[in-house]
Design a protein around this ligand. Structure first.
Ligand SMILES: [Zn+2]
Length: 99
């Protein structure tokens, strides 16, 4: 199998894992987090850069899989720059996401 093909397969696998993590998060957070962490591991192993939207699903500090309404809080910032303030409810780290 060529390198390019391996990367395409990995990308597909990552998307499946993330989708599944979202489905599981309400039932079994540990399983959801495991799947999300595995997705990240696959990306790292193949040196794939995760898409921006997927990278936002991990807390910058504790690296856990975070999902709005479940284990992170999202607020719209009050400054002039349009940004969301995301608070991870596991480690209380706050970071901004530009919108
Ligand atoms: Zn955190």
């Amino acid at each position: 199998m060529g390198k390019h093909q391996a990367k395409l397969l990995a990308q597909e696998r990552i998307l499946i894992l993330i989708r599944s993590a979202f489905q599981e998060i309400g039932n079994d957070y540990k399983l959801a987090n495991d799947q999300a962490q595995l997705a990240k591991k696959i990306a790292k192993r193949l040196r794939l850069k995760l898409p921006y939207d997927i990278r936002q699903l991990y807390c910058k500090k504790c690296k856990l899989f975070i999902c709005p309404g479940f284990n992170c809080r999202v607020r719209i910032g009050r400054s002039k720059i349009k940004a969301l303030r995301i608070t991870c409810l596991s480690c209380n780290n706050v970071y901004r996401k530009l919108i």
